[in-house]
Ligand binder design. Structure first.
Ligand code: COA
Length: 260
């Protein structure tokens, strides 16, 4: 599929999805969100994709937020619909994606941009990254999961402060807050993301998908994460990957997981 606002490139089983509106600091307009949705639907069954790296085009921004020009005159109903569709079609799709999604934050990650990074399974950042949820400075609240995922990652007090002040934190503070896992110079960011993807790809894709589901269950209302873990653990015993992983260990060789 060809896209106007994103680039999707796959090499060595790693797919890099780059939000590509650098003149607008990669702000998420409707079309971009729809393309991200379509790309993830396609990547789900793409056998050439084992890990996805999400990043932004250029050296200035990951994503500077939802496109403010598009919703400036929305009504209450339209606002609610915008958030609901965003959750369903993009942010929840990424958070619950069965293949690992790493956000490589290469500059401003603001509003919907930080929410996009937080929907990914984990984040790394370049030294020039600036992260924040500035929505209250525009008279709205974060609407793509920010009020839920930010406190899950950084704790309630820090999330309250970030959202209330609408301020930005730099990469090192984001590291200290556990919002990102690693910080690197900008020129090394993609190399680090690929290195992490490479480490992940050595392991069982089936087990990783189960682990994502079990970890996410911890944050879902009405779902018992421990039960989910027990269920997933049991299921693992029926997979070819489990047979291969355990035999390889016992035979003192490297596992070659079939991904089944
Ligand atoms: N929505 C729409 N357009 C955006 C945008 C957004 N969230 N963020 C940046 N842009 C556009 C700017 O309007 C500008 O477009 P123009 O050249 O046609 O005027 C272009 O991107 C470059 O941004 P600019 O503001 O000139 O860059 P800067 O270096 O001076 O400032 C930021 C960078 C990130 C501090 C600033 O762009 C900003 O505050 N953006 C909005 C962040 C925000 O509130 N996001 C949450 C939205 S809910």
């Amino acid at each position: 599929m060809s896209y106007q606002n994103i680039l999707v490139e796959t090499e060595n089983y790693i797919t890099t999805l780059t939000i590509n509106r650098p003149k607008k600091l990669n702000a998420l307009n409707r079309e971009t969100l729809s393309e991200i949705h379509d790309a993830f639907v396609e990547l789900e069954s793409d056998e050439e994709t084992k890990v996805i790296i999400l990043t932004g085009s250029g050296e200035k921004a990951f994503v500077a937020g939802a496109d403010i020009s598009e919703f400036a005159d929305y009504s209450v109903e339209e606002g609610k619909d915008l958030a609901a569709r965003g959750h369903k079609e993009v942010f929840d799709v990424i958070a619950n994606f069965k293949k690992p999604v790493i956000a490589a934050v290469n500059g401003f990650a603001l509003g919907g941009g930080l929410e996009l990074a937080m929907a990914a399974h984990f984040r790394i950042a370049s030294e020039n990254a600036k992260l924040g949820l500035p929505e209250t400075s525009l008279g709205v609240i974060p609407g793509y999961g920010g009020t839920q995922r930010l406190p899950q990652l950084v704790g309630k007090g820090r999330a309250m402060e970030m959202i209330m002040t609408a301020g930005m934190i730099d990469a090192n503070q984001a590291l200290q807050y556990n919002l990102v896992n690693h910080v690197t110079p900008l020129e090394d960011l993609m190399e680090l993301a690929e290195k992490l993807a490479g480490k992940i790809m050595k392991n069982s894709t089936v087990a990783i998908a189960q682990a994502i589901e079990a970890i996410n269950a911890n944050y879902e209302d009405g779902v018992n994460g421990f039960e989910k873990e027990i269920e997933g653990f049991g299921k693992s015993f029926g997979t070819e990957d489990f047979k291969e992983g355990t035999s390889a260990f016992l035979q003192k060789r490297k596992a070659e997981f079939p991904g089944e």
